[in-house]
Design a protein around this ligand. Structure first.
Ligand code: SF4
Ligand code: SF4
Length: 292
């Protein structure tokens, strides 16, 4: 196998990007860093990134060592849904000095973790003409359920500025400065009037991790939590508030089962919804008038 002789003496740290069950959106965020990408490649050597690097060179030779590592930084997208994935992540952990999971799939099982609340065989029978050829696990689990993870970057997809901060922090040998506060802080920062207080719109902002810049409330729409849970979400109050804002028991369950369905932080939600059902909050409490 021919390899670039320059690689052996290249002093740049090496970066690898890996994919498991996912839509590729988070990997593509790296390619979306159009203005910064060239500067980034001066600082790191991208050694494994199948979305970007041709595995085969023009002459048929391999352009880069393929997946063997070692790598200084691995970015891992996607959740574990097959037995092969569960083995492959062990290899990736072994060859990675620093492993960062990117996106809701990798940090919280992704939308594919909806299978965790149903019979996977029923899904297979509904989707595939010959489900007997499909080999899959019964659950979709985050990477941290299988190997130690050094940092988790949330979002569906992740935010490019936060991704650049994680990579830059790694290069500088410091911890990434990714705030763990909620979307509510971002609303305050951009001067958005709280849509729950002003309009009674159900919004998961109080329990959702910052990172998007509070896009949805800025356009009058409630946050549906695509950046996943904050580090210490007050779910009891959130469930009561959603109820107060008119959401049914079923809808509250469902709003927490979107992109971050397998988040352990959301596990208490069914019990809290049942409690709230037994002792509903006083909904005669005055709510501000909606502006005309
Ligand atoms: S977290 Fe969202 S954007 Fe990222 S890979 Fe999963 S589904 Fe795609
Ligand atoms: S759903 Fe919430 S976290 Fe996702 S973009 Fe909208 S405001 Fe941001």
């Amino acid at each position: 196998m021919a390899t670039d002789p320059g690689l052996a003496t290249d002093p740049r740290p090496t970066l690898a990007v890996w994919k498991f069950a996912s839509c590729d959106g988070c990997q593509l965020t790296l390619l979306d860093c159009e203005d910064e990408l060239l500067g980034l490649t001066e600082r790191v050597r991208i050694d494994h990134f199948l979305e970007m690097t041709p595995v085969e060179g023009a002459g048929g030779e391999r352009a880069r060592p393929d997946g063997r590592g070692p790598y200084d930084l691995s970015l891992v997208e996607g959740s574990i849904t097959t037995a092969e994935d569960a083995e492959r992540i062990q290899h990736i952990r072994r060859v990675s000095r620093y492993l960062v999971t990117i996106g809701a799939c990798a940090t919280a099982g992704g939308i594919q973790a909806l299978r965790n609340f149903a019979e996977v065989d029923e899904f297979l029978a509904a989707v595939y003409a010959q489900p007997e050829y499909i080999s899959t696990l019964e659950t979709s689990t985050p990477i941290s359920a299988h190997v130690p993870v050094d940092f988790e970057l949330r979002g569906c997809p992740i935010d490019r500025r936060q991704l650049l901060e994680v990579i830059t922090a790694h290069l500088a040998g410091r911890k990434p400065r990714i705030p763990s506060h909620s979307v509510c802080f971002e609303c305050k920062r951009r001067g958005t009037t709280c849509i729950t207080v002003a309009h009674g719109t159900p919004c998961l902002g109080p329990v959702t991790h910052a990172g998007c810049g509070a896009i949805c409330p800025a356009y009058g729409r409630g946050c549906y939590g695509c950046f996943g849970p904050t580090s210490r979400p007050n779910l009891r109050s959130m469930v009561a508030q959603l109820r107060h804002d008119g959401m049914s028991e079923r809808d509250i369950q469902r709003v927490f089962r979107t992109f971050n369905a397998a988040s352990p932080e959301y596990a208490p939600v069914p019990d809290l919804v049942a409690e709230e059902q037994d002792s509903p909050r006083d909904t005669t409490e005055a709510r501000p008038e909606r502006p005309a």
